[in-house]
Design a protein. Sequence first.
Length: 575
Amino acid sequence: MSDMADMDDMTEGRRAGARIRRDGVQKRSLDKARSRVMLAGLLFAFCFLALGVRIVQLGVIGEEEENIARTISTPQVDVARGNITDRNGVLLATNLDVASLYADAIKVPDPVEATRRLKSVLPDLNEADTLRRLQSSARFVWIKRRLSPRQQWQVNALGIPGLSFKEESNRFYPQGHLVSHAVGYVDIDNVGQGGLERQFDTALNDPVSPASVRSSIDVRVQHALYSELSASMAKFSSKGAAGLVMDVNTGEVLALVSLPDFDPHHPGDPTRANHFNYVTQGVYEMGSPFKAFTIAAALEDGTVSLKSVYDTTKPIRVGRFTIHDYHPEDRPLTVPEIFLHSSNIGSAKIAVDLGSDNQLDFFREVGLLEPATIELPEVGTPMTPPVWREVNTMTAAYGHGIAVSPLQLSVGIAALVNGGLMKQPTIISAEGRRLAEPHRVISARVSNEMRDLMRLVVTDGTGGNASAAGYRVGGKTGTAEKLGANGTYARKSLISSFVGMFPADNPKYLVFAMLDEPHGIKETFGYATGGWTAAPVVSKVVSRIGPILGVYPKGGEHLAPSSPALMASYVGDGR
């Protein structure tokens, strides 16, 4: 029994040992599993912590970055501004994408060194202003707008932390100076500052659907007028020059030049003289072209006929004023002769017979008493006497004592020669749009007579230098002394002009040229009058633009009078 008990004890011991060993293995397995669970828990906790931190970063820092991005995209320069073209689709103003340099000032490690290095590749950079910006705590500051591709590459090569580029739309003017006064320019924020750019700024800059503007300008005609005026301005050492070409039947301005001018890419100070538009903004006493208005009004009213004769042998004295002729004929003159020889005395007497009220009514009809209506912001206001007395009627008859813009004068003359219809001037292409209804100012008969009279000025009068081979040019010279600061006229300070039209028998285009304070030269025998200085400009422009506009020269016609009958009879009873 004892042995059996011992065996049972041994068996039980082995079972207990096996149970102990099994329990140990299970315990170790459980401990290992527990360690793994704890490690996984710690990993999950760390991930959640990291995710929480990132969420906070995105909520705070991300919002700041979004604000910076919003700040960058705020300027209006991001808008693709509409194009401006000439009447044939040639670009006058368009957009090019360029890079602009900005900085996150906080990320620039050494503002002083960064400024020094930037100045080395951007010499025109304002060093003090740039340093001030980089030393600030601003997350976004402009450093330089509108870099050239080379400048962008040079800045990039510096490798300065905190600097970045933003693509902007830059205004580009392919014709440069050529159309600066007509087109205008924009400022750094793409806002129109003159000309068509300012006039149509809202439409051109529409953020949803920017409009394009098709002007009435023809760059070919513009170039011809620009080059001839520039040459004449240099030749006669003039203070300035101006001119325009207009379609007399539509009122469209095909060319508009005012010198001096400016580079629209770098316009400079807008208060400087080169920003002043002589054609639309300046008002001047234009002189003898006003005789055309005086005679047209009197012919239309029936006050005179082409056979009427006036005594021009003696100057007219009115109070302290004396009216005399520049080149007196010292004999009675017919109405055509008064116009042909540009008689102030004869014109004054016609105006007196016409009457002040009729004269003013006619001036109003042809747009001489109110600012011109054209799609440009630079428009001058005519100057007239506060009280219109008889002496004003006399002097205004030959263009003194009343100041108008060259545009106003041209529009009025166009109405006299286009059949008698007053057309509203426009610098926007008339194609495809309805123009303002014209109103009649003179009959077709009187318009024909005015064409003949203006033709005679070129064939037999003071405008001979406006003659162009193969073209029937008609027009009127103008020479007026400028009014000085002391209220007296300066004999040597002249506004010399010529307003011409062609073909004279059926006018299509008007050409105006003016020089401000030209100086006589040996070639002109010392004269600086309109016939010697401005008339040749019109001659050359007509010869250049005629074929461009489809008006071709004909042999010998530059010397033939428009009306042989009038040519034979204009002497009338005066000789």
